[in-house]
Design a protein around this ligand. Structure first.
Ligand code: ATP
Length: 320
């Protein structure tokens, strides 16, 4: 099979005249874990719901596994696993019963008993859904999305409210899905989750894509090298000696900042520039931005130029 798992172009969806998704372009590769990050209300759930055929778009095109989620819903649904944010279910059924029920709708389901064990829901086997804890319900919702052995799983905040053990088990489960070729699209507010799980990250805000890249690309683009030295050194000559896309400045007298993609060549250029000037840099350190830093910068309306661009046309982390 070829082509992306999901191709979204110019997607728009408004509720009561207010845009929730506002011209979103986004591509999801097959067989990888993609995290969609964004502040509350950025339009992530709406986008997932449109992709899963649960909502109609106002405009734009959405292709999921090469199909139209609304028009081809019957063909697409058995191939998707969908876990939306908790709520709505009020059931007297127990976990295995619920999993069996959904498994029966699929041609080649996972074994509900094994899934209960894998999810760590053993202790809740005899508990009816309505009496299960919030975390147990969350795990069961994940199980219900996966029991049909989907090709593509939409997981909306799959680990929200889980304790650290359950979260770790869920991460393992999600990585295991990728290992067997399942495409996973998840949303999360946990940046460490995206950083450790996702192959690709899309940051959206106000219904638009702001930036895409691997966690490594996104965090590397914002690296900073800092040191102290006597004030007034000729930073333009340092910028000239640095690899393209990297820039040197002296934000406050005697404090120097090199920003941009960081590699050993950059470090060597800085130290040899200092050596040429006969200067010993003090407190030289390379700081790697976390995904959280990137997220806060990009969605905090306080954009600084450290390699990624401001909202507008979507950017790719690599090479920008
Ligand atoms: P969160 O991270 O908080 O889950 P999100 O990125 O998933 O947010 P959405 O749930 O897609 O955001 O919501 C986007 C916007 O659309 C929000 O302002 C929300 O209030 C609004 N919205 C979503 N669903 C509806 C609805 N059915 N009717 C009216 N407004 C809605």
């Amino acid at each position: 099979m070829s082509g992306p798992a999901i191709a979204i172009a110019g997607l728009r969806k408004s509720y009561g005249g207010r845009a929730a998704v506002d011209g979103l372009d986004l591509t999801v590769e097959r067989g990888a874990i993609t995290a969609v990050l964004g502040p509350n209300g950025a339009g992530k759930t709406t986008t997932l719901e449109i992709c899963a055929g649960l909502r109609t778009a106002d405009a734009g095109s959405v292709q999921v596994l090469g199909l139209d989620p609304r028009r081809d819903r019957a063909a697409l649904m058995p191939r998707l696993g969908v876990m939306l944010q908790a709520g709505g279910i009020y059931s007297g059924a127990k976990p295995v019963e619920m999993l069996r029920h959904v498994a029966a709708l699929h041609a080649n389901p996972l074994d509900p008993e094994e899934l209960v064990e894998l999810l760590g829901l053993d202790g809740a086997r005899r508990t009816t859904y309505r009496r299960m804890s919030g975390g147990e319900k969350q795990l069961l919702a994940l199980g219900l999305a996966l029991v049909g052995r989907p090709e593509l799983a939409f997981l909306d905040e799959p680990t929200a409210g889980l304790d650290p053990h359950a979260r770790r088990r869920t991460w393992d489960l999600i990585s295991g899905l990728r290992d067997v070729g399942v495409t996973v699209v998840l949303t999360t507010h946990l940046m460490d989750e995206a950083e450790s799980l996702a192959d690709h990250v899309h940051i959206v805000d106000k219904g638009r894509l702001i930036v895409s890249g691997t966690p490594d690309e996104l965090t590397r683009a914002g690296n900073a090298l800092t040191f102290s030295a006597p004030p007034g050194l000729p930073v333009s000559t340092l910028t000239g000696a640095l690899p393209e896309g990297t820039e040197a400045s002296e934000p406050t007298p005697g404090h120097y900042l090199v920003s941009g993609p960081m590699d050993p060549t950059t470090l060597a250029a800085v130290t040899s520039w200092c050596a040429d000037l006969g200067v010993m840099p003090d407190g030289l350190s390379v700081e790697r931005r976390s995904l959280e830093d990137v997220f806060l910068e990009l969605t905090g309306r306080k954009l600084t130029n450290w390699g990624l661009s401001a909202p507008g046309p979507a950017q790719t982390g690599s090479g920008t």
